[in-house]
Design a protein around this ligand. Structure first.
Ligand SMILES: Nc1ncnc2c1ncn2[C@@H]1O[C@H](COP(=O)(O)OP(=O)(O)OP(=O)(O)O)[C@@H](O)[C@H]1O
Ligand SMILES: [Mg+2]
Length: 187
């Protein structure tokens, strides 16, 4: 479903990605490991079109998304990808529910879906709480909820447990594993 073809990414003199080719199925948990500075975050940012590339192609279902216009890239990024990063990128002063409503288009139809997902992630009690009052583990569950509410096909998780304690890290990993039954999760 997702293909990287001969990707090279150069920052100034640094070759962050050197002729990388990979193929991903439409489901499953894929874990990318490597030492600090080896290009893991760059790879995820290239996949989600947050970074441009110097050579190669990012292809989703036969469409070369890396060669789209900026406007089209933004549309694709918004609909295709869910982001679960070490920094949560949630809006602190909004409630959990308000954060999730930001990524849906038809709010009547989706209200049920939000509830269902919050229940699945065991955070339904926090629905009307402001994000700034949540713990790290709870916030990270909200970012996973956001990806699910959006129905993102591809979930990109860059060190999602990096700022969590062991117990919360374990919970987040279990959740990512479980959603990888229906989504492609790249960690
Ligand atoms: N915006 C940037 N400008 C210049 N160089 C960059 C930029 N982003 C990354 N790099 C360089 O590209 C290389 C790959 O960085 P990247 O962040 O992808 O590594 P990483 O594998 O995610 O590392 P870590 O495990 O520390 O998060 C590094 O040498 C880094 O210094
Ligand atoms: Mg990184």
């Amino acid at each position: 479903m997702l293909t990287l073809k001969n990707i090279t990414k150069i920052y100034d003199q640094i070759i962050a990605l050197n002729n990388v080719s990979l193929e991903f199925e439409s489901k499953g948990l894929i874990v990318i490991t490597g030492k600090s500075g080896s290009g893991k975050s760059t790879l995820l940012n290239v996949i989600s079109l947050l970074e441009t590339i110097d050579e190669g192609k990012v292809i989703v279902d036969d469409l070369v998304i890396s060669e789209l216009s900026n406007k089209e890239k933004n549309l694709y990024r918004g609909s295709l990808f869910g982001f679960v990063f070490q920094e949560y990128n949630l809006i602190e002063d909004m409630t959990v529910k308000e954060n999730l409503e930001l990524c849906i288009t038809n709010s009547n139809q989706e209200a049920d879906k939000i509830n269902q997902i919050l229940e699945q992630l065991n955070i339904v009690d926090y629905k009307n709480k402001e994000v700034k009052k949540l713990s790290g583990g709870e916030r990270q569950r909200v970012t996973i909820a956001r990806a699910l509410v959006k129905n993102a096909k591809i979930i990109l998780a860059d060190e999602p447990t990096g700022s969590l304690d062991e117990e919360n890290g374990r919970i987040i990993m279990e959740l990512l594993k479980s959603i990888s039954k229906d989504h492609l999760v790249i960690l």
